[in-house]
Write a protein that binds this ligand. Structure first.
Ligand SMILES: *[C@@H]1O[C@H](CO)[C@@H](O)[C@H](O)[C@H]1NC(C)=O
Ligand SMILES: *[C@@H]1O[C@H](CO)[C@@H](O)[C@H](O)[C@H]1NC(C)=O
Ligand SMILES: *[C@@H]1O[C@H](CO)[C@@H](O)[C@H](O)[C@H]1NC(C)=O
Ligand SMILES: *[C@@H]1O[C@H](CO)[C@@H](O)[C@H](O)[C@H]1NC(C)=O
Length: 400
């Protein structure tokens, strides 16, 4: 073989290996960049430094937190990366304990303006909620201090969160805002049933969201929706304890909208609600439409199916007045199990904007597990009922 040919072969190998390295997502292990796992030393600067390296790496990068406990002060990770970016958490990230004097901050770990993000690794985020919950006085104090959400995605696109555990957030566990094409799967969320405002996943102003195969136990909503959220699929989620899946409260401002939501193959265990739609009384105009709820098991749930257009828990509203939010095309299909109160179906719609196109198909819900013992109560709604109806649809009229 001529040496020219050998040189040529070597050159080809060299090029191939460069291309290969370029195409691979390089791994940036925080332990090679000053990470400390004593659970006390702050790793937030290490996190942002390593994130910036991974983000600026051509072809993308993965920030790796190997097994160990990493104390992390609040951080914001910004996008504009040169390739796909990942955060692989195999260890536990530990939030600071809340001090009464500490600053008002809405996040612990926040990602902003990131495209092509993967958060995974099988590890945990520990929000140290018990240190903060005693300071949550928002029910009594309108000027209350905001407590941080554990994980925030703001203006994030094409992202997934997979195999992550979030425990004891100080406030909401995962908040998705102004984001698109996000898949959340195989996650575990847990906080005690009496912990304040520890919603599992809160969605707002976001589109094309999937939440799959996850277990969510909290003190507040399992998954909650605020305005501007549509094209959401939820399946294989087990909720409880907590307040169930909630759309709303809507109608505080004009034009609130939540639409195209599909909730299927889920179970609710010991929750306050199964699936609830709530709008303020009185409220501005808005819409909730194209909601499909299918194949759902209810186990000892207080209000398995509930539309409440007279939501008014405080003095800032007036339950004598009406909501202008139009609820339209809502289907509940194949819902079975038990309720812990006799009102197993409650459709309390607005007198001025009655609900339209509400379907109940194959409902089999029993109060205290006793067949036929529950009540289906309705107002301002025409229900189309198909298949089995236990209890019979809308046998009681709700006095408004
Ligand atoms: C959604 O994001 C995934 C990556 O998480 C990407 O593969 C997929 O192409 C995106 N889909 C759309 C419609 O943008
Ligand atoms: C999301 O991914 C899709 C498909 O790969 C791509 O077309 C789109 O530009 C991405 N979105 C953003 C905001 O980069
Ligand atoms: C939701 O599921 C439907 C039907 O399977 C599918 O067409 C749609 O793309 C899904 N949407 C999202 C955001 O995953
Ligand atoms: C829901 O469950 C049914 C029956 O087990 C299954 O065929 C279907 O694929 C599931 N759908 C989703 C979106 O998980």
């Amino acid at each position: 073989m001529g040496s020219k040919f050998v040189q040529f072969v070597c050159l080809v190998f060299l090029l191939v290996s460069i291309v290969k390295v370029g195409a691979q997502q390089a791994v940036f292990d925080v332990m090679n960049h000053g990470g400390v796992t004593d659970g006390k030393t702050d790793n937030s600067k290490v996190f942002t430094d390593v994130w910036n390296q991974a983000c600026q790496n051509n072809g993308g990068g993965v920030v790796l937190f190997p097994t160990g406990t990493y104390f992390v002060e609040p951080v914001v990770l910004y996008g504009g990366c040169k390739g796909p970016i990942g955060v692989q958490i195999e260890g536990t990230l530990l939030a600071p304990e809340e001090l009464e004097s500490s600053v008002d901050i809405d996040h612990w770990i926040a990602f902003q303006y990131v495209d092509n993000l993967v958060i995974n690794g099988g590890g945990s985020l520990d929000g140290q909620g018990p240190s903060a919950w005693p300071f949550n006085d928002c029910l009594k104090n309108p000027q209350c201090k905001r407590l941080p959400t554990s994980l925030r995605l703001d203006f994030v696109t094409n992202a997934s969160i997979d195999r992550i555990t979030s425990i004891n957030s100080k406030n909401v566990h995962i908040n998705i805002f102004a984001s698109q094409n996000i898949t959340i799967s195989n996650i575990k969320i847990s906080a005690p049933g009496d912990s304040p405002n520890t919603d599992g996943i809160h969605l707002g102003s976001s589109h094309n969201i999937q939440i799959l195969d996850s277990v969510i136990a909290t003190g507040d909503d399992c998954i909650s929706f605020s305005t501007g959220t549509n094209n959401v699929n939820i399946s294989g989620v087990r909720c409880g304890p907590g307040h169930g899946i909630s759309i709303g409260s809507l109608g505080k401002v004009d034009g609130d909208d939540v639409s195209f939501v599909d909730i299927r193959n889920c179970s609710f265990v010991g929750t306050q609600n199964g699936v609830r739609v709530k709008t303020w009384a009185p409220s501005e105009a808005g819409t909730v439409s194209h909601l499909n709820v299918e194949n759902i098991e209810m186990d000892n749930v207080e209000n398995p199916i509930i539309i409440d257009q007279q939501y008014c828990p405080s003095r800032s509203c007036n339950a004598e007045e009406f909501s202008k939010v139009q609820i339209k095309d809502v289907k509940f299909k194949n819902i079975w199990g038990t309720s812990s109160t006799k009102y197993v179906v409650t459709l309390k719609c607005s007198q001025t904007s009655p609900c339209q196109e509400i379907e109940l198909t194959d409902i089999n819900l029993n109060y205290n597990g006793l067949e036929g013992s529950g009540v289906s109560a309705c107002s301002n709604v025409e229900v189309e009922a198909y298949g089995q109806q236990t209890p019979p649809a809308c046998t009681e009229k709700i006095m408004m």
